[in-house]
Design a protein around this ligand. Structure first.
Ligand code: LMR
Length: 328
């Protein structure tokens, strides 16, 4: 089972992690689920690893476990509370058990682009969201960007009714389930590591994700094509446990948080370009990409936007208004 393989991996890799660390160093394990190449999160995690191991040598050491080799996103936060991992960066959709406030980021057509997402996150209301899980033992450290989501399926998707009756994989988020239902499709929550196989075998017919994930996990190979809907965003919270953060010596904590802030700024500025490169790589590899004309796009908006009303109570009307103001 998934639980057993997670536990086995943790056991199998700990000797290796210990090798990479010296006595007396604070040991940090960072578990995530994506690839490392042409991927905003993968690149940011690798840069963080490099900088901490170089600049904090003797004080701290870090090892990154990408590609769900250690934990899936539905296990990693529990593992963090157990002290088995110290850093993770699940998408904002994956925090439902800890806070419903992040649901604003899943609402379709809430943000026009990643710049708008960034502006909202940097506002006072956005920064406050990093602290919304403290009582549950988690501390948000930084928003990490991926980008806008696209929609792929085993048949061409040009208007939302094209999705009727098909099964779409979603992340474990009630908003995303409601969004797929609003299209007349059937939402199937599933771990990221299982999506390729599910598309290949027809367990699901389609999925939504960013270009970097569609390229990184080769979803385009087992789909008819991908439609550039830009209908929603996929972003991350770099997160740790309050217990781990509190356990650090002040100067170690300070240096770690400074490196995290710098890596965040550097890599977030590149997330759009990284996704565009992944899109180009999909096309180069023979993937079909479809774009929408204005009338088609209006149909997607009309089908999906009614979902907002269902979640207004969770995310707050004032936050929806603030997000819309930022969109301009
Ligand atoms: C997904 O499950 O589709 C994404 O959250 C994966 C990721 O980390 O980008």
């Amino acid at each position: 089972s998934v639980m057993v393989s997670g536990a086995l991996m943790a056991g199998a890799t700990s000797a290796y992690a210990a090798d990479a660390c010296q006595d007396g160093e604070v040991k940090i394990k960072f578990s995530h689920v994506t690839n490392t190449d042409k991927h905003p999160k993968g690149i940011a995690a690798s840069l963080l690893e490099k900088r901490i191991n170089e600049e904090m040598d003797g004080k701290a050491c870090i090892e990154v476990f990408p590609n769900s080799t250690l934990y899936n996103d539905d296990q990693v936060l529990e593992a963090m509370l157990q002290g088995d991992v110290q850093l993770a960066a699940p998408s904002l959709s994956k925090f439902e058990k800890f806070t419903k406030k992040y649901r604003i980021f899943d609402l379709p057509f809430m943000f026009n682009n990643v710049d708008a997402v960034n502006a909202f996150q940097q506002s006072e209301a956005g920064q406050f969201l990093k602290n919304s899980m403290q009582r549950r033992g988690l501390q948000g450290l930084a928003f990490w960007h991926n980008g806008m989501k696209q929609m792929s399926a085993k048949k061409p998707l040009l208007v939302p009714t094209d999705a009727k009756g098909m099964k779409f994989r979603v992340q474990s988020s009630d908003v995303l389930k409601a969004q797929m239902s609003a299209m007349g499709a059937s939402p199937q929550p599933m771990a990221f590591s299982e999506v390729y196989g599910a598309l290949q075998t027809g367990v699901v017919d389609g999925q939504e994700n960013t270009w970097s994930n569609i390229f990184g996990k080769k979803f385009f190979e087992v789909q008819d094509g991908t439609t550039e809907t830009n209908h929603g965003i996929l972003d991350y919270m770099l997160v740790t446990s309050t217990e781990f953060l509190d356990s650090l010596k002040p100067e170690v904590r300070e240096q770690l948080l400074t490196i995290i802030a710098e890596v965040t700024e550097t890599r977030n500025a590149e997330s759009y370009n990284v996704n565009q490169a992944a899109k180009a790589a999909v096309i180069k590899a023979g993937g079909v990409v479809r774009t929408l004309n204005e009338a088609q796009r209006a149909e997607w908006v009309a089908a999906m936007k009614p979902v907002w009303a269902q979640f207004e109570g969770d995310v707050g009307k004032e936050n929806i208004e603030a997000a819309q103001k930022i969109n301009g």
